[in-house]
Design a protein around this ligand. Sequence first.
Ligand SMILES: Cc1cc2nc3c(=O)[nH]c(=O)nc-3n(C[C@H](O)[C@H](O)[C@H](O)COP(=O)(O)O)c2cc1C
Length: 346
Amino acid sequence: MLRYLTAGESHGKAIVAILEGMPAGLHLELDRINKELKRRQQGFGRGKRMQIERDRGQIISGLKNNITLGSPIALLIQNKDYSIEKLKKVISPRPGHADLAGFLKYGFSDIRDVLERASARSTVATVGIGAICKIFLGEFGIKIFSKVLSIGGRHSKQGMREKITEAVKTKDTVGGIFEVVVKRVPVGLGTYAQPDRRLDSRLAGGIMSIPGIKGVEIGLGFDYAEKFGSEVHDAIYYTRGKGYFRKTNNAGGIEGGISNGEDIILHACMKPISTLLNPLDSVNIITRRPAKATVERSDICVVDAAGVVAESACAFVLADAFLEKFAGDSLKDIKQAYRNYLRRII
Ligand SMILES: Cc1cc2nc3c(=O)[nH]c(=O)nc-3n(C[C@H](O)[C@H](O)[C@H](O)COP(=O)(O)O)c2cc1C
């Protein structure tokens, strides 16, 4: 239904994204996209690059007078730090990055040719596309939020800040866990009918596609493994006018690969940033002798920003699943199909 492609190097001219399948008739304000791009740039522990960039989108197709035409939407975000041709050669791969595997795979002589595209700078495109999907979902009251739950094992706001400050002082990096919550999702997005159409696998895949994410949980997640079934499954109730509902939501809003009408709740773990100011052991790819890993300008902690990117990844998956269920070429048709469905199930 919905698909997108991104292009662009971290220090190239721009990052570009094309979104295909967004219906006609959706009101898109660039300000709302820019607001999301700004959120991605924030968070305690960000590096110097985020002080240089002022990410702003330009929509270069698919829109007339701020209304979608149903044709592909092309979004362009310029890199202020356009310097790809001037940057120094990278010859010692950083553990934890695509550097070594990418350089061997593509046969490059400069590891920069890997890291320019492997860099999470590309997540600016995910967020731009996600912002458009959020605007679409908003037409149906669906809202997506994220928050940081822990940093380096610390759960209080103060503790998290201390952990990042410690990492800055010791020239280290730190990861953490964030939560994504989606509210007012209707019953019936996704299906058990094929493994690749399950909503849980699609959401987990979307979040896992973000660089540095190493685990995703849905609802109770790994805690399910420690409980009896009677303790965890969410009993079903019905009230006239309100329809079916649950008093608990351990399933995180998805059963059998289908949204069940409760909030969708996801947790994800972001590993510590791999670029270290005190670099780990590595190998010089020219001499093949021991060397310290390359040090690049880098963030120290990005769990907050990763949560924003994950919201966007989820927005894309949910908009896609929504369009699958309530297919239509114009927003008007989709709203009609949605109303008819709600009338049937309540
Ligand atoms: C928003 C965001 C910003 C990031 N910034 C950096 C960074 O400045 N330096 C760095 O080494 N890694 C950064 N990362 C993480 C790397 O991109 C990621 O660890 C690396 O590409 C390896 O990917 P993998 O861990 O998924 O294998 C960032 C990730 C995200 C989501």
